[in-house]
Ligand binder design. Structure first.
Ligand code: GLN
Length: 485
């Protein structure tokens, strides 16, 4: 089955003319038809458009073009605007919304010849850690369909892990790329804030949102990042910087690099199998020549409350635009403007989104702004300073991506706080705006994947990719596959 090729093998065959992009795309579409009833990764499959895009890629391939993503079928999270293609944020409120334009990151992939297979499931407006908050359905983990795929970008991660796409895009506000990457046993990269344009990303928390990517190898995510990264005048927070060759140091190994182990990330409550696998991975990196140094990120424990103040405040402002007038669905009770607003928002948003809008509105309200929002911003600076200090002593930081492996569907969905706690190891770096990735590093006793998280200084993606590649090239974990038809 062509969809089971690795991305680099598929690229080789496309460029050699042994297969066509149309064949490769069709193989994925067929497999989605067979499997996605069980996994439910896609909200919309864009079959016709995918085959058209593939045919165009074939023309470019025939003309001798050799770029890394040309003709490669990919999954796009449904919070990224795609012109004329339904984009819902997995919210009932945006059902049927067809954006009039395509966002920059996605457009750059299209320009590079990547093929969009469809739009993938997510927690509603990317608010969640399990994809259970989707307004439509829950995505299932390909390793065990009774488990969550992680979230919020669970659809893209599950699609890539289950060979229903060769690569995918997600978004990470507090961990939403790294978490599902770890739970689904694939490589997941969250770039530094501002490296990839947010233009056309439907906003959740604008000071935290970043577009990241999934692949089945470190090289694959480097290829995707290479295409997406770089300044864009359409995003005022887009960062001016030269874009390096993200694959330049993949073969360089880790000899002489210093890897920091944050004391605060090896704590009680971490599942023993996860801790064991992550420690073994770190010992392995030491055996490859890295120097392991203990570091401290003393404000780690404040990251969770800080995040849930900053993110909800920004979400309450960002989501005010869904009033039933301009976007998506309008629910009218027939008696004027206010009842229409109430009906639209009341019926359109799910429980978690409502909870966050209310919390965020409270946090920003006149009497509480200083006590909550302003205070949270100050703590955010302390968290950022922690990382800056640590990176004076080490090149990268290594830790678990998630405290546990994928939990059961329904296990945490009744208790929001328990769900929020799953993000303890991804939230701090999101608040700091630095880069991070998750790379497979083992399995627990139930054969569920474990992710090793590697964090790097702002705009040092090349370094985390280098460490992850050294690990991947000398281990076997990424060759394990979920049992699929
Ligand atoms: N799980 C976190 C939340 O619920 C992070 C989500 C994200 O990164 N989009 O907000």
């Amino acid at each position: 089955m062509l969809n089971k090729l690795t991305l680099s093998d598929a690229r080789g065959k496309l460029q050699a003319g042994e297969i066509t992009a149309v064949e490769l795309t069709q193989a994925h579409l067929d497999y989605i038809k067979t499997l996605d009833d069980q996994i439910k990764a896609y909200i919309t499959v864009t079959e016709e458009q995918a085959l058209e895009m593939a045919a165009k890629a074939d023309k470019r391939l025939q003309a001798g073009e050799k770029t890394p993503l040309l003709g490669i079928p990919m999954a796009i999270k449904d919070v990224l605007c795609t012109e004329g293609v339904q984009t819902t944020c997995a919210s009932r409120l945006l059902e049927g919304f067809r954006p009039p334009y395509t966002g920059t990151a996605v457009q750059r992939l299209f320009d590079a010849g990547a093929v969009m297979l469809g739009k993938t499931n997510t927690d509603e407006f990317a608010m969640g850690s399990s994809t259970e908050n989707s307004g439509f359905f829950t995505t299932h983990n390909p390793w065990n369909t009774n488990r969550v795929p992680g979230g919020s970008s669970g659809g893209s991660a599950a699609a890539v892990a289950a060979h229903m796409a060769m690569g995918g895009l997600g978004t990470d506000t507090g961990g939403s790329v790294r978490a599902p990457g770890a739970f689904c046993g694939i490589v997941a990269l969250k770039p530094s804030y501002g490296l990839v344009s947010r233009y056309g990303l439907i906003a959740f928390a604008s000071s935290l949102d970043s577009i990241g990517c999934f692949g089945r190898s470190v090289e694959d995510v480097a290829d995707i990042l290479q295409v997406m990264a770089g300044y864009d005048s359409k995003d005022s927070t887009s960062y001016h910087t030269d874009i390096p060759d993200y694959k330049a140091r993949l073969q360089d190994g880790v000899k002489g690099l210093k890897i920091g182990l944050p004391r605060e990330y090896f704590i009680e409550g971490v599942q023993p199998a996860t801790e064991k696998a992550v420690r073994a991975a770190i010992n392995h990196l030491a055996s490859l020549g890295a120097e392991i140094v203990e570091v401290s990120l003393p404000h780690t424990e404040y990251a969770l409350p800080t995040y849930y103040l900053v993110a909800t405040a920004e979400a309450s402002a960002n989501l005010a635009r869904y009033d039933g007038v301009r976007f998506g669905v309008r629910k009218s009770s027939g008696d004027g403007l206010w009842p229409m607003y109430k009906a639209t928002r009341g019926q359109g948003f799910g429980a978690e989104v409502k909870r966050r809008i209310m919390l965020g509105t409270f946090v920003l309200s006149a009497g509480y702004y200083d006590a909550y929002y302003l205070k949270a911003q100050k703590v955010r600076t302390l968290i950022k300073d922690d990382f800056e200090k640590a990176f004076e002593a080490v090149d990268v930081i290594a830790a678990p991506t998630m405290p546990t492996t994928a939990f059961k569907i329904g296990e945490k969905s009744k208790d929001p706080l328990e769900m929020y706690l799953t993000d303890v190891f991804t939230l701090p770096s999101s608040l700091a705006g630095i880069c991070g990735l998750s790379v497979p590093c083992g399995f627990d006793e139930d054969n569920l994947p474990i992710g090793l998280q590697i964090l790097g200084p702002f705009m040092q993606e090349t370094k985390i990719l280098q460490v992850a590649a050294a690990y991947e090239y000398s281990t076997e974990w990424h060759h394990h596959e979920p049992a699929l038809p």
